[in-house]
Design a protein around this ligand. Structure first.
Ligand code: PLP
Length: 472
């Protein structure tokens, strides 16, 4: 806790290093989610130094710190140029979720009375969060069961004057496929409905993949009817976390995202984002990453990513009991198992071999799978990754599927979770062999299998309890 006397920096850093020993490694390509590694240490070093340089600049007041306005103009300008509308107005935000929150707010305020957000079932939960925070309603539409792209007729049936926003993904995270952006944007425009493209994961990737030879359909602000687009630089821009850009077709819509308040006797509040005081460190880090790589650097990373994704998808197709879901168009690959290979057990086995593969639960008719985000560093280790997946699949076949304790999903579904305190909840989990304090360690298969057997609302209630127990 708080020490009585100040401690020297060397001691503090040693303590941080020791604490991080239990973390997943952020470099090296053995963690296939959460982290984005160029494989070029000098690029990340440039970002760290620029981040530290801007760390104490407060983005609260652009008149006080013009450096941050200059950097934001450059970063937003680069994204607008890459995404089909040079000079388009934008906002630098802390991440995909904040960009999405602001896109939904802008749409809500631009169409008073319209409260529905129509989106594919594969859209990121940040939209559900935005709707929850902003008092709006989600209208989910199905995706094609083979391609995993949003159904255009289903969109057509749902877009009307109650719709505040139509949402498509480029690509969606779960299967890495690009929704039919042109078709949905045209339908939305014909009804006067704004259309947001969630290119959080693909905005700074798809253009380079296209240039590297991949067939990427139009998805950005060059598509008529697209009114806003989000692009995370802390994903395939390879910037440190805290960096996303939200672009608008026109400045009127951007103004709807802004917030100002003079309803108090303190300093004037004028915010472009959800946060008010915030560090310009992430902006400095993002700017430096863009500058350190340049067009040539990103194109090279795009070529490597494309090659690694092709090799991974081909290789997985040859492993008995596994298959790739859909045809990944970006650098995200979803690998489903079979009656012989349980993907949750596979993920545990891979973890034992030193690799983290991200489990995804079944939802809306889409089977459970493991998710691999291919990044710049992946190509160098793609053969090793395939060997690990094959070995883990074989081990999973020998072990058989994760066994859900008899009657547990039914028991959980029947519980009034709000009536239990955290300690009772943790005890209940322990009594069926689930240690809620052992997060992220090998042995998550049963937890995932139990969650997978529950309806989404119960999963959510359990996850909230899980977090609460973790911090109690
Ligand atoms: C398509 C998509 N949208 C939004 C997000 C949310 O981004 P963040 O985690 O930066 O809030 C993600 C994150 O993976 C994503 O893949």
């Amino acid at each position: 806790m708080l020490p009585e006397y100040g401690r020297p920096v060397t001691e503090l850093l040693a303590e941080l290093t020791a604490l991080k020993e239990a973390d997943l490694p952020v470099r090296g390509g053995k963690v296939t989610a959460y982290v984005y590694d160029t494989g070029l240490p000098e690029v990340h070093e440039a970002a760290h130094r620029a981040y530290a340089e801007m760390l104490e600049v407060n983005m609260l007041d652009p008149t006080a710190f013009p450096s941050m306005v200059a950097l934001e103009r450059q970063v937003v300008g680069a994204v607008a140029e890459l995404l089909g509308r040079p000079g388009a107005p934008g906002i630098f935000t802390s991440g995909g979720t904040e960009s999405i929150m602001l896109a939904v707010k802008a749409a809500r305020d631009a169409r008073p009375g319209a409260t529905r957000v129509v989106l594919p079932v594969t859209a990121h939960p940040a939209f559900h969060k935005a709707a929850h925070y902003l008092g709006m309603e989600i209208v989910p539409v199905p995706v094609d069961p083979v391609t995993y792209r949003a159904s255009v007729p289903a969109f057509e049936a749902e877009l009307d004057d109650r719709t505040a926003l139509a949402v498509v993904s480029a690509p969606s995270y779960p299967q890495g496929v690009v929704d039919p952006v042109e078709e949905v944007a045209a339908l939305a425009a014909a009804r006067g409905v704004p259309c947001h493209v969630d290119a959080c994961v693909g905005g700074w990737l798809l253009p380079w993949l296209r240039e590297a030879g991949a067939a990427i359909p139009p998805f950005d602000l060059s598509v008529p009817g697209v009114t806003s687009i989000s692009c995370d630089l802390h994903k395939f821009g390879y910037a440190p976390k805290g960096a996303s850009v939200l672009l608008f077709r026109d400045p009127e819509l951007r103004r709807r995202a802004y917030f100002a308040s003079a309803a108090w006797p303190g300093y004037t509040i004028i915010n472009a984002t959800v946060q008010s005081s915030r560090s310009a460190g992430p902006l400095g880090g993002a700017w430096a990453t863009l500058q350190a790589l340049g067009r040539e650097g990103y194109l090279e990373l795009g070529c490597r990513t494309l090659e690694a994704t092709r090799r991974l998808a081909e290789g997985v197709g040859k492993i008995p009991g596994l298959r790739v879901l859909g045809k990944p168009e970006a650098a995200l690959v979803a690998i489903a198992g079979s009656s012989q290979v349980d993907v949750f057990v596979l993920a545990d086995e891979a973890r034992r071999l030193g690799w983290f593969l991200q489990p995804q639960l079944s939802y809306a008719g889409i089977p459970a799978n493991i998710h691999v985000t291919v990044t710049g560093v992946t190509l160098a280790g793609v053969d090793a990754m395939l060997e690990v997946i094959a070995e883990a699949a074989e081990a999973a076949r020998r072990r058989g599927p994760a066994e859900v304790p008899e009657g547990l999903p039914e028991l959980i579904a029947s519980l009034d979770l709000d009536a239990l305190d955290d300690a009772t909840f943790a005890e209940l989990a322990a009594s069926v062999g689930i240690d809620l304090t052992a997060t992220g360690q090998p042995g998550m298969a049963v937890v995932n299998a139990v969650l997978d057997a529950l309806p989404a609302a119960t999963r959510e209630a359990i996850l909230v309890r899980f977090l609460s127990v973790m911090y109690s």
